[in-house]
Design a protein around this ligand. Structure first.
Ligand SMILES: [Zn+2]
Length: 242
């Protein structure tokens, strides 16, 4: 399994917002601007056939209309499955109404897209991938999901945005590599983890590889200046193979 860290920044940082590509065709989160950024990195966005959305904050799903329009303009009829929180389609319609009035139906009728909305923990088998979602805790946003993606006995975990909670431990325990929210430079809060949470997790699970993401610039700086042996602070489009 190949994982590319397309973005590992928070909204305010100069780095693309948290988004990941598995084997060049499964996109985890669709932050504002990521579709153009993927093109800038020379990816063919028409290869994307599966999307996992962690939660419905703009920096995690606002570029979904642009991906759909990309498929529409290219007359691409390949089936794209979107595993997403309950309420995604309603919000997506609203985004289209704001940005591209009258186009939602037209686009939906022309492309081949299937939304798999869910409220709580689920398992979805898609070809050789098993995709598990786990409820995490992200302030008032409900539901908010982390994911564990299995392929050929290897597992990669994603926390999505979350404070440190038992689900995070479970994602790390169950995965070979985990990509975790490390928004903050010290302690976490009710919505996000901080460097000190991640340091505790790295010490607790010394044999696991952790990749930090969703970082404010200050969190990235603290982590780069205080390295932890099993923690990776990804550079642009960092790639890891399992
Ligand atoms: Zn969020």
């Amino acid at each position: 399994m190949k994982i590319n860290i397309i973005g590992s920044g928070s909204i305010g940082s100069g780095v693309m917002s948290a988004s990941y590509l598995i084997d060049d065709h499964i996109l985890v989160d669709v932050p504002n601007g990521v579709i153009k950024y993927l093109k800038h990195l020379n990816y063919d966005i028409l290869h994307i056939d599966t999307i996992l959305i962690t939660h419905l904050h703009g920096d995690h799903f606002f570029d979904l209309p642009f991906l759909m329009l990309g498929k529409y303009f290219n007359h691409d009829k390949t089936l794209m499955k979107v595993i997403c929180p309950y309420g995604t389609v309603r919000k997506l319609k609203y985004l289209f109404r704001l940005g591209f009035p009258y186009d939602f139906r037209k686009v939906m009728n022309s492309i081949n897209i299937e939304f798999i909305e869910h409220k709580s923990r689920s398992h979805t088998q898609l070809g050789e991938y098993l995709i598990e979602s786990r409820n995490v805790k992200h302030g008032k946003i409900k539901p908010a999901f982390g994911y564990v993606v299995h392929k050929e006995g290897k597992k990669v975990g994603f926390s999505g945005d979350s404070k440190y909670c038992p689900s995070i431990d479970k994602i790390v325990e169950d995965s070979d590599v985990s990509i975790l929210d490390m928004s903050l430079k010290a302690e976490g809060n009710n919505s996000h983890m901080g460097y000190l949470d991640i340091k505790d997790i790295c010490n607790k699970y010394k044999e696991k590889t952790i990749i930090a993401s969703h970082m404010h610039n200050s969190a990235r700086e603290v982590a780069l200046n205080n390295p932890i042996s099993n923690l990776i602070i990804p550079s642009e489009n960092y790639e890891i193979n399992l």
